[in-house]
Design a protein around this ligand. Structure first.
Ligand code: 16G
Ligand code: MG
Length: 546
């Protein structure tokens, strides 16, 4: 054990921590300018090794900063079943990342003792990276960290974040979830897609065509790799494939969702069905422009609604009594919540922002559909629900519509990446649903009409002065802020607004929605002013848009 730690010190000299630098394991890992991250990667390689020894399972390390600019990078840790690492270990990650060089061994010993880790236990870590120019160097630092603690590593090179989550889950379930290779991932998903769509009635070539904005990132590369597996069942035109444009620059899911406009670098005709991935392909949003050139966004809420509608219909046809719920966050458009609750009559849960919260809440149901409005989401099936579906699909005594529905449900389970939101898997599921239902993107869009909304950011001296409750829908501090918001909201129709400190940027986020865009904009502006005045705003006062 001592020998191990000596080796650590020697290697850590190659990845020194800039003295005084403090970074935090945020909502989904560390994220910062790539120049600051070498020691973080080395140390996260070590932490993943400890986590692997502790869990006696394979752990994942993904080098990516998702939708952040190309200059940034980051790292996400993946737990044995492909889920995000537990909160206690997020705390360890922050401690280990911030220990000064001379305190590194103490920090490692501390974790080892607290978790009673047997250091002679074998360790296995899977590493993946996105297409950022800094990713190769940084993933090497992570591999060095794994090596320093005597862990075994497997470097998957360029993969999407959800692919790495998938691989970790496959490995730890001894292949039950699939083969722990990218080829295995493509085969499983594409076969399920072919099964789902083979009897789709209205599937003309027009309907099979989809424009994909790859955000100039890893998603573009991977969707291209997958094309041959899909044969002609889905015809994609891939834009922003990284051959010329800059990663996430004026493109990708985050840009499209926040700016509410199409990305640069894509040629679309009115009515074309389009989707955008984010920089590590764990988010997706859909959109189209109409004949007047008006832009229509189909975000995570619309995606959740489409999937939920489809699953409910199949469950009905199959005669299966399984409890289905939709998990959202405060950002979910009020219209979507209203539609799901009152028309679809499904259970709705609202959690704090961040995939881990939604994922956790979705695990409580037979079928939990979770989506953030920004397009990150997936569907979770409980073990019991999966078993019931498989049993019915293989039941020789049923036939007709019931049999067909059971088989479709079975393929639906296979096309979904249940470990985490996955742009490629979500895309295939959505495309299959539209094909099966013979539905156009415009028809999907009319399921309900979004309330106009606006998101703004306010800079404050210390965003931690804002504390929230009720899944971030109400502010409990600073004093007077929630009362101010309540008064402002009353001035508008169908209005709602909330504020929360960002978990990824040093800002306070403001969300508003109302019956018209003008009202939503005015409300967001007024709430921003209240934040600025009551929560220690810095810089210029927020101005009204337009
Ligand atoms: C991260 C989260 C995303 C969340 C966003 C909120 C994951 C994988 N990603 O990107 O779910 O919506 O942070 O950012 O958990 P914010 O706290 O800056 O608003
Ligand atoms: Mg992402």
């Amino acid at each position: 054990m001592t020998a191990n730690f000596e080796e650590v010190l020697k290697q850590s000299n190659q990845h020194p921590k800039p003295a005084g630098l403090v970074l935090e394991y945020g909502t989904s890992g560390f994220r910062s300018n790539a120049k600051q991250l070498d020691h973080i990667m080395f140390r996260m390689g070590m932490l993943a090794t400890l986590r692997s020894k502790k869990t006696k399972a394979t752990i994942g390390v993904m080098v990516t900063a998702s939708h952040n600019p190309e200059e940034d990078n980051g790292v996400k840790l993946v737990d044995p079943m492909g889920e995000m690492v537990t909160p206690t270990w997020e705390g360890y990650a922050t401690q280990l990342a911030n220990a000064e060089e001379e305190d590194l061994l103490t920090a490692l010993r501390d974790i080892t003792e607290k978790e009673a880790i047997n250091l002679s236990q074998e360790a296995n870590v899977f590493v993946g990276k996105d297409t950022r120019s800094s990713s190769a160097r940084l993933s090497q630092a992570a591999l060095d960290g794994i090596n320093a603690l005597g862990g075994r590593s497997k470097d998957y090179g360029l993969v999407t974040t959800p692919q790495l989550h998938y691989m970790v889950c496959c490995q730890n379930t001894q292949g039950k979830y699939g083969d722990a290779t990218v080829e295995g991932y493509y085969s499983k998903l594409s076969q399920a897609f072919t099964q789902l769509t083979k009897n789709a009635s209205n599937c003309t070539d027009d309907q099979k065509h989809l424009c994909v904005d790859g955000a100039n990132g890893i998603g573009a590369l991977k969707v291209r790799e997958m094309e041959s597996y899909l044969k002609n069942d889905l015809q994609m035109s891939v834009f922003n494939d990284g051959s010329k444009g800059k990663l996430n620059f004026q493109c990708g899911a985050d840009f499209v969702k926040v700016q509410q406009k199409p990305p640069a670098g894509i040629e679309i005709n009115p009515g074309d069905r389009c989707c955008s991935f984010d920089g590590d392909a764990d988010r997706i949003v859909y959109y189209y422009t109409d004949s007047q050139g008006l832009f229509h966004l189909l975000d995570g809420d619309k995606i959740a609604t489409l999937i939920c509608t489809f699953l409910k219909e199949l469950l009905n046809q199959a005669g299966l009594d399984l409890k289905i719920a939709v998990v959202q966050t405060a950002y979910a458009n009020g219209s979507s919540t209203h539609y799901l609750e009152n028309t679809m009559k499904v259970i709705i849960k609202c959690t704090k922002t961040g995939v881990k919260h939604l994922h956790h809440a979705a695990q409580e149901f037979d079928i939990g559909v979770y989506f953030e409005a920004n397009g990150h989401g997936t569907v979770l099936f409980s073990k019991a629900a999966e078993e019931k579906i498989h049993q019915l699909a293989n039941d020789g005594s049923i036939s007709g519509e019931r049999k067909k529905a059971a088989l479709l449900l079975q393929s639906t389970i296979s096309v979904i990446n249940q470990t985490v939101g996955d742009a490629i898997s979500d895309m295939l599921l959505i495309e299959a649903i539209l094909a099966i239902k013979g539905m156009t993107v415009q028809q999907w869009d009319t399921i309900y009409t979004d309330l106009p909304n606006r998101q703004l950011k306010v800079k404050v001296a210390d965003r931690r002065v804002i504390d929230t409750t009720d899944a971030e829908r109400r502010a409990v501090s600073p004093a007077g802020l929630q009362d101010a918001i309540d008064c402002l909201v009353k001035k508008y129709r169908q209005a709602r607004s909330f504020v929360r400190p960002s978990g990824t940027e040093d800002v306070v986020r403001v969300y508003s929605e109302a019956d018209t865009q003008e009202s939503a904009d005015a409300l967001a502006h007024e709430v921003s002013l209240a934040v600025y005045r009551l929560a220690g705003g810095v810089g210029d006062e927020p101005k009204l848009l337009h």
